[in-house]
Design a protein around this ligand. Sequence first.
Ligand code: HEM
Length: 488
Amino acid sequence: MLDFTSAALFLATFLGVYYWFWRPKKFPPGPRGIPILGVVPFLGKWPERVIQGWCKKYGPVVSVRMGREDWVVLNDFESLNQCFVKQHTKFSGRPYFEALDNLTHGLGLTFSDYGPLWKSQRKFGQKTLRGFGVGRKGMENSVTEEVTCFLKSVQATEGKAFDIKDLLQQSSCNVISSIVMGKRYEYNDDTLRRLVKIFSDVFDGAFENFALQAIMFAPKLIHVYPISRFYEELKQNFKYLSDISSEAITEHEKTFDKENPRDFIDAFLNDMKEGSDKSFKVEQLRGYLRDIFEAGTETTSSTINWSLICLLHYPEIQTKLREEIRKVVGLSSTVKMSHRRDMPYMNAFIQEIMRFRTFTPFAFHHKTSQDAEINGYFIPKDTTVLPNIWAVHNDPNYWNEPEKFKPERFIDEKGNFFKSEHVIPFSVGPRHCLGEQLARMEIFIFLVSMIQRFEFLPDPESKFPELNDGSNGSLFIPYPYKLICQEI
Ligand code: HEM
């Protein structure tokens, strides 16, 4: 009996150890961590930095054991370019997360896997959002209209210290709402407040961040308190978004005029009515609207917020930017996108803020849809692959003093701005951010308009805002702080 028990124990231990150390042949190297959890307990608050540190031992393509799965992390520009651009047909899938799929049903764009639905929907999104093509007003007008309302609200603070975060989020959400649904909300309108809260809770709350990651790894946790409460709220929020979208779609259907498309919903209804592509259906449109709202609100507003914190830390940069704005746009004229080419320092500032405060450290999960190879390593089909965008932006082999904020690094000896292909906040390849052009436009128009009219000063009565710390989850977001906007 004892012999049988010992043999069983020995076999179980052998199988456990074998399972733990087994990897597909030529799989990228990396730490295995501890049984069951893998490397998860070692990642801490700054996983992108910890993993970059492992590259010294393993090279830029590192495998990490996340719970029971082996993921691959790409930590330099060359490997990212090799995978997401040159081998994009193999690296553009999305992994399946049961708990999220129960909410999205694979509809929309962000969570849909690489395949015919994603391809035709992505093509539609690009065509519709491209340039100034959406609706009568066009994207630039929508952004400019929103900025006008935003500036009035900032002016109303009369130089008193306040937290600008809510206002930035509400404006970004309004820009999306104008473009996709043709309407904006008054600030502090209950619907707008609720929408913004939905997006900021998911990305900003420490517990919410943890809970989101946890249910991706272990979907059964949705039944365990307090994660069950979080998941229930997530479900309610998805339902709320779906209800808002349904209402807007019904209104659009009633007033639809084929000759006169007003916004994203009209463009989608038009393709749906043509009926040649069956992926154009109302449930898909609802998912698409949810994804665009979710992807486009917190992202842009936090980038502008990081920029303001930077201006408080570097008043001399603020002055230099204002001088350029005065020269190119003037003191009271409305800024246009066409001004951008004459503003090298503003372009350099924006590119540097996107590098320095990498806001999406790991972009979003990709999955291999076929077996693939990189740097002589083998990556089997269905492996989760993460781009470490932070590591690309802080690669000591490429950047001189990457830890320093220096817009000048993007100005050449003739004083011209140059765009760096190594600054990739929107990721690369066909799966890169759908809203890149809109986000760049919003950031430029908001920042120029704000710096043109206000001087930004720290609040002497509250803590000076952190530039090197913030809430770091799927997004890197500034901690709350107050600033003074002094009208010029
Ligand atoms: C500073 C602002 C923004 C940043 C830094 C950003 C960054 C990103 C990143 C890193 C991804 C993942 C790319 C990948 O999977 O490799 C992404 C995806 C996406 N973004 Fe953005 N984004 C921003 C603003 C926006 C805006 C304003 C919109 C609204 C249209 C938007 C819509 C999307 C969508 C729909 C996807 C999913 C694309 C797909 O799966 O095909 N983003 N974004």
